[in-house]
Design a protein around this ligand. Structure first.
Ligand SMILES: [Zn+2]
Length: 466
């Protein structure tokens, strides 16, 4: 079911150059190959909006558990009445660690403003209201500077000691990154496969002898918590010939449908703004996905899916052409079945044409084969470092009290191997070529905008016409 873009290899070049040169002088200068903190992104949004205050409005649509604002930048020509324009929305970074997706959304807002005097963009602003919410999960985004963190930060007590986040990951050996810990001896670097994790790098804040057993993460995947087919996983779906629908959503769907303030903010925003098409940006593969996530294609009722399939194919082709990296497209269910995703909610509840754009898959393909859909970058080498019990004691660890997660202490002569993955070493960096990535995503988003022609308007379900 994975659909490939026909790759014209001769035309593809990894040297695709950003086209930012045409930007007007008023545009704030931003290096798109830098990883910014959320506070820095807020500063950039403020700067962009101040430089283009005639065509932008910047406002929060809600707040996170840790009271970070969820900023929306609205971009349009305010001389044209709103009812004559079509709404389109871009959401970035619902998964905190997927921060390239936030950079892509930021760039789109920046590019539209910086090029607002061009014919191409002024025509867009005359006919559309573009809403860009670059980061839906700012708490997870910010936590990912410590360790890649997909969930939000709903207070969580993973080790049940009555204190939320009582043993957060902490860099105790001073290399700047968080390691996964394995028991072993100095002369034998452990295998990871089949080898139980001893703990995670931490100074054992809660003094229970188990390292890193209550980190700052909720365990909730917010893209499984929307109020549509929430936790759809029961005895009938388990036994369904169509597969285990929602199994991937059950364990991390949160305590209730739309339980999270960030998700409520997105739903409330879309319920109160007329939007014809939206994209939600992720990383992990290089692909454009469309609904449904929760069930297979049904030829008799899913006529819209044929349309979204066509748009997705053209979005993926645009991304591939601009970046020189491979992209494909498919119905989300055939990637893997989930439920209560943003795009199923927005399409299922509000009839909004909805797309997930997966913008980045780190690493290199085999033999430079573009159909492997990799970003073709070099990631840091994983590292293994051994610390004896004396070394650990010097870092402040009470080794007499130290155990693995099952309560087994270190044996005599054993110490801990600190394994630091490539991902763990990328927490403070943007991947090389992110400036090309943001350009490719912009071109995919332009295809989406062009796919909802002016003035059609979406159909609000009758039950919402209060
Ligand atoms: Zn994601």
């Amino acid at each position: 079911m994975k659909k490939w873009i026909a790759a014209s290899l001769a035309a593809l070049s990894l040297m695709a150059a950003p086209l930012a040169a045409s930007a007007s002088e008023a545009a704030p200068a931003i290096d798109w190959n830098t990883r910014y903190t959320y506070a820095e992104l807020e500063g950039q949004l403020t700067d962009i909006s101040a430089s283009y205050d005639d065509i932008t409005t910047l406002y929060p649509i809600g707040h996170t558990w840790q009271e970070r604002a969820l900023w929306c930048m609205e971009i349009t020509n305010y001389d044209v009445p709103a009812e004559e324009k079509t709404g389109v929305a871009v959401f970035g970074n619902i998964h905190g660690g997927e921060r390239e997706s936030g950079a892509c959304a930021m760039y789109f807002a920046w590019w539209l403003t910086a090029n607002s005097d061009t014919e191409r963009v002024s025509e867009i602003l005359d006919n559309y209201i573009v809403y860009v919410i670059p980061v839906i999960n700012p708490d997870g985004y910010e936590q990912s500077f410590v360790y890649n963190n997909r969930p939000n930060l709903r207070p969580n007590d993973a080790n049940g000691d009555g204190v939320a986040f009582s043993d957060p990951y902490t860099d105790i050996d001073g290399d700047g990154y968080i390691a996964t810990l394995y028991r072993g001896t100095a002369d034998a670097q452990p295998e990871r496969r089949g080898n139980p994790v001893f703990g995670m790098e931490s100074c054992d804040w809660d003094k229970n002898g188990i390292l890193g057993d209550d980190p700052r993460t909720s365990g909730i995947d917010m893209n499984r918590t929307f109020d549509y087919q929430w936790k759809r996983f029961d005895i009938e779906t388990v036994n369904s010939e169509e597969g285990v629908i929602g199994a991937n959503a059950y364990g991390n769907g949160g305590p209730a449908a739309a339980s999270e303030p960030e998700v409520q903010a997105v739903q409330n925003f879309l319920l109160s703004h007329s939007v014809d098409a939206l994209a939600t940006l992720h990383t992990g593969i290089q692909c454009v996905l469309y609904p449904w996530c929760y069930r297979p294609y049904n030829e008799e009722i899913d006529t819209d899916l044929v349309y979204m399939d066509d748009v997705a194919s053209r979005m993926a082709a645009a991304f591939q052409e601009t970046t020189g990296r491979g992209f494909y497209y498919m119905q989300s269910y055939y990637d893997y079945p989930t439920s209560a995703e943003l795009i199923d909610w927005s399409y299922g509840r509000l009839n909004i044409y909805s797309y997930t754009i997966e913008v980045y898959n780190g690493g290199k393909s085999a033999d430079g084969n573009i159909e492997d859909c990799k970003w073709e970058n070099t990631l840091p080498e994983e590292t293994w470092v051994f610390y004896s019990q004396d070394d650990l004691a010097a870092m402040g660890i009470d080794t007499a009290n130290l155990t693995d997660r099952t309560g087994e202490p270190l044996k005599e002569g054993e110490g801990l191997w600190f394994y630091t993955s490539a991902t763990a070493q990328m927490v403070d960096k943007a991947p090389e070529g992110q400036d090309v990535m943001v350009e490719g995503c912009k071109d995919a988003l332009l295809v989406m905008i062009d796919s909802v022609p002016y003035g059609e308007g979406y159909t609000k379900p009758e039950y919402l016409n209060w």
